[in-house]
Design a protein around this ligand. Structure first.
Ligand SMILES: *Cc1c(COP(=O)(O)O)cnc(C)c1O
Length: 407
C-alpha cells in the first residue's frame, strides 16, 4: 500500500488532505517522500510560525527531554515559572494557565469567565452568558462546537452547551444590544482565521474594550492563530492599543514541535480557579514549558514580529496588485492573507491543488478562500517565488474558464 492508501485505510475520514506525502521540513520548506521540495505557505495554521525544525527550539526540546519531560503538576518544576513569567510580561497580564491544545485553552477561558460571572459579578447560578461572533472558530470540543455558527462543524453533534449568544463579527452595536445583566464575557478572534482571514472594521477591538468596560463584562481574545507575531504585532490587539482581560494562545506557542497553549489573564480573572477546579495532566509540563519559552525567545531574538510586519505588507501589496477575475478579494494583516477565489470560476481547493503541483503548499478554507500564511522566518525571495506561482495559478484558472466558454 502507498502511504496515502495506508493512511486512508486506517484513518477516520475527518480530513481531506491534499495528495502529497510529507516526510521532512526545515525552515519554510517541506519535502515529500519523492524528495521534492515545497514552500510552506500554510505553517500548519500558524503552529509552524518559527519554520520547521528550528535549531534553537529543537535543541531546547532534546535537552529538556533528556532531563525531565512529564512529572505532572502534582509538583513544582524549574521550567514552568520562567515560561509563565514570559507570557505575562509579553501580554502585560498577571497570570497564566497552561494547557495543550487551543481548544482546551478556550475551554479554560470559558470556565474562568463563567466562574467570575457568578463569584465576582453576582450573576444568578447557571445563567452566565458569553457573547461570541458569527463565523467564529475556537476549536472542536463539544462546548466550543456549541457556539460555532458553521453547520458543517455542528451537524449531528448536539445536544449543545447553552450559555452563548452569537452576533455578527465586527458589529459593535450588535454586541452592545446582546449584553444583559447575565453577560460574563465577550469572546472573539481579533481576526477570524478559519472563517477566511476576516479582518474586522478598524476600531472594532478598541470598541469592544469600551463596551466591555462600560458594562462590566470581560473581554477575552482568542489569539491562538493571530497571536505571536502572525499579524505583524506580538498580539493583534496591540494594533488597536488596548489590552484584553484575558488572551488565549496556542499553535505557534509550541514552536512547531509540541501542542502548547495557555490562557493568560488579569489576576482577578484567574483567581477564580482553586486547586482541583481545573487542570490538565500534560498542561505546563517541563518539556512543553522549555520548548514554549524558547519559542517565545526565538520570536524576540530573530525579530519575527517585525519580519511579519514588513514581509506581510509586501505580500499583501503584491496580492492586491494582481488583476485577475479569479481573485475576488484579498484580506489580511502581517504574513497572513486570505485570497478569495470566485466560485463561479474555480474552487479554492482546485487552486491549492495547482499550487501543490508547482511546489507551493497552501490549504483552502470554506471552499472559496486560499490562505497564504508562511512561516515568519521565510526569506523574501522564497515568498516572492511562492507568490509568483500563485499568480500563475490564477492565470491558469482564468484560462480554463475561457477554454470552457469556447468549447
Ligand atoms: C486553531 C484554533 C483553535 C483551536 O486550536 P487546537 O489546537 O486545534 O485545539 C482555537 N482558536 C483559534 C482562533 C484557532 O485558530
Amino acid at each position: 500500500m502507498t502511504a496515502i492508501e495506508l493512511e486512508t485505510r486506517y484513518s477516520a475520514p475527518n480530513y481531506a488532505p491534499l495528495p502529497v506525502v510529507l516526510t521532512r521540513g526545515e525552515g519554510a520548506f517541506l519535502w515529500d517522500t519523492a524528495g521534492r521540495r515545497y514552500v510552506d505557505m500554510m505553517s500548519a495554521y500558524s503552529a509552524a510560525s518559527h519554520g520547521h525544525a528550528h535549531p534553537r527550539i529543537l535543541a531546547a526540546l532534546t535537552a529538556q527531554a533528556k532531563r525531565l519531560a512529564v512529572p505532572s503538576r502534582a509538583y513544582y518544576s524549574d521550567r514552568l515559572g520562567p515560561f509563565l513569567e514570559e507570557l505575562c510580561k509579553l501580554t502585560g497580564l498577571d497570570a497564566a494557565l497552561p494547557m495543550n491544545t487551543g481548544a482546551e485553552a478556550v475551554e479554560t477561558a470559558i470556565k474562568a469567565a463563567r466562574r467570575g460571572g457568578y463569584r465576582v459579578k453576582g450573576i444568578a447560578r447557571d445563567r452566565a452568558e458569553i457573547i461570541v461572533a458569527n463565523g467564529n472558530f475556537h476549536g472542536r470540543t463539544t462546548t466550543v462546537t456549541s457556539f460555532s455558527t458553521e453547520p458543517d462543524y455542528r451537524d449531528g453533534f448536539g445536544p449543545f452547551t447553552p450559555g452563548f449568544r452569537s452576533v455578527p463579527f465586527g458589529d459593535l452595536a450588535a454586541v452592545e444590544r446582546a449584553i444583559t445583566r447575565e453577560t460574563a464575557a465577550v469572546l472573539v478572534e481579533p481576526i477570524q482565521g478559519e472563517a477566511g482571514v476576516i479582518v474586522p472594521p478598524e476600531g472594532f477591538i478598541a470598541g469592544l474594550r469600551r463596551i466591555c468596560d462600560a458594562h462590566g463584562v470581560l473581554l477575552i481574545l482568542d489569539e491562538v492563530q493571530s497571536g505571536l507575531g502572525r499579524t505583524g504585532a506580538w498580539f493583534a490587539y496591540e494594533h488597536e492599543g488596548i489590552r484584553p482581560d484575558g488572551v488565549i494562545l496556542g499553535k505557534a506557542l509550541g514552536g512547531g514541535m509540541l501542542p502548547v497553549s495557555a490562557f493568560v489573564a488579569r489576576r482577578e480573572v484567574m483567581d477564580v480557579f482553586t486547586p482541583g477546579s481545573h487542570g490538565s495532566t500534560f498542561g505546563g509540563n517541563p518539556l512543553a514549558a522549555a520548548v514554549a519559552l524558547e519559542a517565545l525567545h526565538v520570536i524576540r531574538d530573530e525579530g519575527l514580529v517585525e519580519r511579519s510586519r514588513v514581509l506581510g505588507a509586501h505580500m499583501l501589496e503584491r496580492l492586491r496588485a494582481i488583476e485577475s477575475p479569479v481573485l475576488k478579494a484579498v484580506r489580511g494583516r502581517g504574513l497572513w492573507a486570505g485570497a478569495e477565489i470566485d466560485p463561479a470560476i474555480a474552487s479554492a481547493r482546485e487552486a491549492c491543488e495547482r499550487l501543490l503541483e508547482k511546489g507551493v503548499l497552501s490549504k483552502e478554507t470554506h471552499h472559496t478562500v486560499v490562505r497564504l500564511a508562511p512561516p515568519l522566518v521565510i526569506a523574501r525571495a522564497d515568498l516572492d517565488w511562492a507568490l509568483d506561482r500563485f499568480e500563475e495559478v490564477l492565470h491558469e484558472l482564468d484560462g480554463t474558464r475561457h477554454r470552457a466558454r469556447a468549447a
